[in-house]
Design a protein around this ligand. Structure first.
Ligand code: PXP
Length: 255
């Protein structure tokens, strides 16, 4: 099982101020030190978080592999064939969505034709291609017919439900994973996976790669918070001209 860590949220925080920090490249290096076997970023059409430059720098820095999520839009497909990341995961994209909302639709011939054209171009550039799809047998067969190397199953439904419904979703994931493997596809999964819900998915033997972002980034903020505040606190104490306080919290006047 390979863990790919999605670091889009690091760029989201940077773009909130349009500055240079936090830097997704540094985040990627730390994620690798923590054991990530790959780094995932989504180059969205509206560039709301990851920028082209980030992908370029990540590709030069990352020691594992970059999995680039893109939609089948001419401009990003063209850039991707030039950048040539190790892997591309093709995702559906809507401008007004907060995050990817579901798997690619491969139901109609028109939709399959669009995906097919992009897949051909990416594979011709030597890129391994995965399609982000719902764990549905017909969709898995369509993905196989498109000649991709892998499918990433959307685990959002699994993650957003509980009890019986979650058990049913897990069953759907298992069945789709078995079918995909039989057809020779590599099986990936992701979306909405957390420290609490990941184990049953990770226990499916057909799944060889997980993509996890939000939960890891959320925890990173919390487990890193204490140290970050302490470092700033200590830095303030070191400011030249300041009478060194004995340490500890000094109440403001009027407290
Ligand atoms: N896989 C795909 C295709 C995604 O679009 C995303 C979100 O960017 C993820 C996995 C990771 O989802 P999450 O941030 O909920 O872990």
């Amino acid at each position: 099982m390979r863990l790919y860590v999605n670091i889009d949220h690091v760029a989201t925080l940077r773009e909130a101020r349009k500055t240079s920090e936090p830097d997704p490249v540094r985040a990627a290096v730390l994620a690798e030190l923590g054991g990530a076997e790959g780094i995932t970023v989504h180059l969205r059409e509206d560039r709301r978080h990851i920028q082209d430059r980030d992908v370029r720098l990540l590709m030069e820095t990352v020691r594992t592999g970059v999995n680039l999520e893109i939609a089948v839009e001419e401009e990003v497909v063209a850039i991707t064939t030039e950048l040539r990341p190790f892997q591309v995961t093709v995702v559906p994209e809507r401008r007004d969505e907060v995050t990817t909302e579901g798997g690619l639709s491969l139901e109609t011939e028109v939709s399959r034709h669009r995906v097919d054209r992009a897949v051909r171009r990416l594979q011709n550039a030597g890129i391994r291609v995965a399609l982000f799809v719902d764990p549905d047998p017909q969709t898995v067969r369509h993905a196989h017919d498109l000649g991709v190397e892998a499918v990433e199953f959307h685990t959002g439904e699994y993650a957003n439900t509980g009890g019986e419904a979650r058990a049913e979703e897990l069953g759907r994931l298992r069945a789709a994973a078995v079918l995909g493997r039989e057809l020779g596809l590599a099986i990936h999964a992701g979306h909405g996976l957390t420290y609490e819900n990941v184990i049953p998915v990770a226990a499916l033997p057909e799944i060889e790669e997980l993509n996890i972002g939000h939960s890891i980034m959320s925890r990173a903020i919390l487990v890193g918070m204490e140290r970050a505040v302490r470092e700033m606190r200590e830095l303030l104490r070191e400011a030249p001209g300041r009478v060194k306080e004995p340490g500890g919290w000094v109440p403001p006047l009027g407290w």
